[in-house]
Structures are given as C-alpha cells and as structure tokens.
Design a protein around this ligand. Structure first.
Ligand SMILES: NC(=O)c1ccc[n+]([C@@H]2O[C@H](COP(=O)([O-])OP(=O)(O)OC[C@H]3O[C@@H](n4cnc5c(N)ncnc54)[C@H](O)[C@@H]3O)[C@@H](O)[C@H]2O)c1
Ligand SMILES: O=C(O)C[C@H](O)C(=O)O
Length: 414
C-alpha cells in the first residue's frame, strides 16, 4: 500500500513550544541528537554507566544533548523510584533488528562495529556478496547485547532481511580521484535496485537508509522499486546525508573556535557538489561569519568528499567518518522507533519543501518514520544561500530524473 506522502510541516515556533512541552531536557534544539528513549541504557564503551558519571564525552557520537537527556532520563527515573542514581543498575532491553547490506566493505565494517555498540540493537545481520563471515565472527566476540549473523550471496539475502527494523545500504563501488559521484551510477544503480527489491519482499515496513552513491539518484531508484512492488512508504525511505552535517559541524567549530559538541548546522539540498548546501546562517549557537568565511566553509563542505577521495589516492572514499555518521542516523532512527519524541536529522527524502520531488532537509523522526519537515530552515535565507539554493536545483532535478528513468526502464523482479 502506498502511504500518504505529505507529513506535517514544523515551524521554529512549533518546535520551540514542543520542546517546552516535553520539558525534561533543559536546552533541547531540533538537531537530531536528543535522547529520551523508553529503554534504559548502559554504556558499553568502557566508561562507567551513564547514570553514575558525568559522561559529557566530546568523543561520543551521541552528542551533548543526547548525553544530557540520557542522564536526565536516569535521574528522573531514579527520583520517581526514590533510589540513588549511583546505585541504579539500568536494565538493557536491546530489541531492534538492524541489517547492513554491504557489511564487508570500507563503510560496512566500521558501521557494523558502531551498531554493535548500540544498547538498542538485539540483532545485527551483516550481508555482503563477499567477506562477511569473518567480519561477523570477529564482531560477535564483543560483549554487547546484539547477536551478529553473517549472510552471504543472493540466496541468503531474504533471510538477512526478515523482521528487520532498520536496513542500511552502503553496498556499491566508491569513487577514485577524478570521478564524480554520478560516475558510479552505472554500477551502483543496479546494486541498489536489486537490494531494495529484496527489502520490499522481506521487510517492507523497515526504515531504509541509502548510503550508496550517487544518493541523489539511488534514493529515487529505491522509491520507484518500492512503488513497483506496491510497498512504498515515503516516510521511511532516507538518503543518508548525515556526513554533510557532521562535516559542517566540525569545520564551523574549527573555524570559529567553538566546542565541537555545541555546533549544529543544517545541510539541505542533496548529496553531491553544489547540491550540498550548508545553511550557515542557521548555525546553532548563532555565529557571525564574514562573506569570505561563508564562501570558504560552503565550498569546503561541498568538496569534503573529494578531499578524502584525493587524500586516499585511489583507495576509496570516506569510510570511517561515513560509518560514524551512518551510526548516528541509525541510532536516531532506533530512538524514534523506541518512542523518543525529540529526534531530528537532516536527510534526503521525498519532500514538498521545494519544487523538487526529493530534497534534503531537517526532518522530525517518529515511530512511523518522518513525522514532520522543519520548513523554518528554508525561511529567511541569506542572499548567498538563496542564490545557492536556486543554483543547485537543475543538477539535483536531473539526478533525480535519471534515477527515476533507470528504475522505470527496468521493471522489478517479481
Ligand atoms: N552517502 C554518503 O555520504 C556516502 C559517504 C561515503 C561513501 N558513500 C558511498 O558508499 C558506497 C560504499 O563505499 P565503501 O567505501 O564502503 O565501498 P567498498 O567497496 O569498500 O565496500 C562496498 C561493499 O559493497 C559490497 N557489495 C557490492 N555489491 C554488492 C551487492 N550486490 N550486494 C551486497 N554487497 C555488495 C562489496 O562486496 C563491498 O564489501 C559507495 O557507493 C560510496 O560512494 C556514500
Ligand atoms: O565523496 C564520495 O564519493 C563519498 C561520499 O559521498 C562523501 O561525501 O564522502
């Protein structure tokens, strides 16, 4: 069944009042990194459990707001139960099933490790056409809750996907120096099509995270495949653009001498070159930039993938930072599925925020996928941002149309 495309739009005013309403976390912001899970957590990273320590580690991919919320959640429970937070032993209830398709690769392996560390994950299925048995055996020795299983080859793909809540797809070839992401289309389009067909057949209700490039085309391909299979739910199909946000946050913090953990920059548009548009005017905390700084930061964020491709000199593209970013998006999705009502992330999704059918923006995630679009991010843009937004549209439109045309030329396998 095709679900309704439109979700409610959210303005900054409604976000503000929403945050006041939930009230548990003093300084919430609509940035995707708050945590108020219904589950209790234990930290598996070797630190003491969150209830008993100040765990504002700047190394945590949970981010500051998550950590504050996590601690508040324990403290609130402890007060209610009239017990000492230091003595509290939270019970882990890992329940979600995650599948990584392309798990033996440069992104897949570190991503699998980070997902293995999540206290929300009970089952972690690793699928690849090669090299995945050893990865699963290796990971399965970590004393974190999830059971790790390997699945190799098309005959095991269906089993890898049965009952899965979140499917992450980093399968496909990466760039070499001199290539654009679109140069990967001919190989990766077919890989994504085949994998999404299997998702449609085996776990049509899962959140689907597409990492494989070119994201601006592979997400529309996935949408068409799901439509052809009669199971498209636009609220649950996501192009992973979290790495653009991670990079923007890092580069802005470095440039302005801010604490990394404080910075949040929304990135809109798509995921290739000029289609990546960081909205520096919406940076939190509010920062002022010179025109030169805006240009320099924008271009650096847009070319950051190429910066890594060139530094790796033929050995691939970003893998470790991508795994980190993908793990953040998985964790956000699981928190949303777990009932956390304050989860916001940027993602490339079916959208009505612009005249393009797919567009990256900040979205609010809930149990049923996208609950709302943060349309206030697109209001009050600077002249520079407005011009950049108009300039990206033709390229993004043509990448979307290329994906749709590919999928419609190649009917899905029944
Ligand atoms: N969205 C983003 O921000 C982002 C960031 C970095 C990389 N990427 C993209 O992610 C993709 C993977 O990059 P990587 O560095 O991990 O590449 P990689 O070559 O190291 O790994 C890819 C893996 O996919 C597997 N694979 C290939 N065909 C498959 C199939 N049909 N089914 C299952 N698995 C299959 C390969 O065996 C390999 O293990 C590339 O397309 C790259 O451009 C996207
Ligand atoms: O740049 C690439 O090809 C990989 C990825 O899209 C990235 O942004 O790092």
């Amino acid at each position: 069944m095709m679900a309704a495309a439109a979700s409610a739009n959210i303005t900054s005013a409604s976000i503000a009042s929403y945050n006041v309403k939930v009230g548990m976390v003093p300084k919430l912001k609509p940035s995707g990194l708050q945590m108020k899970s219904t589950h209790d957590f234990r930290n598996f990273s070797g630190l003491k459990q969150a209830a008993s320590v100040s765990c504002e580690s700047e190394a945590s991919f949970l981010g500051k707001d998550s950590v504050i919320a996590l601690r508040n959640s324990f403290e609130t429970k402890a007060v209610k139960q009239n017990i000492n937070t230091v003595a509290m032993q939270p019970k882990v209830q890992a329940s979600f099933k995650v599948a990584v398709l392309g798990a033996g690769g440069g992104i897949g392996q570190p991503l699998a490790l980070l997902v293995k560390m999540s206290p929300l994950v009970g089952h972690l299925n690793l699928y690849d056409i090669a090299n995945v048995k050893g990865v699963a055996a290796d990971l399965s020795h970590c004393n974190t809750p999830s059971e790790v299983l390997p699945f190799t080859g098309p005959e095991q793909l269906g089993d890898a996907l049965k009952g899965v809540d979140v499917v992450v797809i980093p399968a496909g070839v990466p760039r070499k120096p001199g290539m654009t992401r679109d140069d990967l289309f001919n190989i990766n389009a077919g890989i994504v099509k085949t994998l999404v067909e299997a998702v449609a057949d085996n776990c049509p209700d899962a959140f689907i995270h597409i990492i494989s490039n070119p994201v601006n085309s592979t997400v529309p391909i996935a949408a068409e495949v799901l439509k052809q299979k009669g199971v498209y739910n636009p609220k649950k199909l996501f192009g992973v653009t979290t790495l653009d946000v991670v990079r923007a946050n890092t580069f802005v913090a470095q440039k302005k001498g801010l604490r990394l953990i404080d910075v949040d920059v929304p990135v809109i548009g798509g995921h290739a070159g000029i289609t990546i548009l960081p909205l520096l005017s919406k940076t939190k905390p509010a920062v002022s930039f010179t025109n030169e700084e805006i240009k320099e930061l924008t271009v650096r964020i847009q070319n950051a993938g190429t910066e890594v491709v060139e530094a790796k000199a033929g050995a691939g593209s970003a893998t470790l930072s991508m795994a980190y970013a993908a793990a953040r998006f998985v964790e956000s999705s699981l928190r949303a599925l777990d009932g956390d009502s304050d989860v916001y992330e940027c993602s490339f999704v079916q959208s009505e925020l612009s005249e393009l059918p797919f567009f990256a923006s900040r979205v609010k995630l809930g149990k049923n996928g996208i609950e709302a679009f943060v349309n206030s991010d697109l209001q009050g843009l600077t002249d520079y941002e407005s011009a950049a937004l108009e300039a990206l549209k033709p390229e993004l439109k043509s990448s979307i149309e290329k994906g749709v045309a590919f999928a419609n030329k190649q009917p899905v396998n029944a």
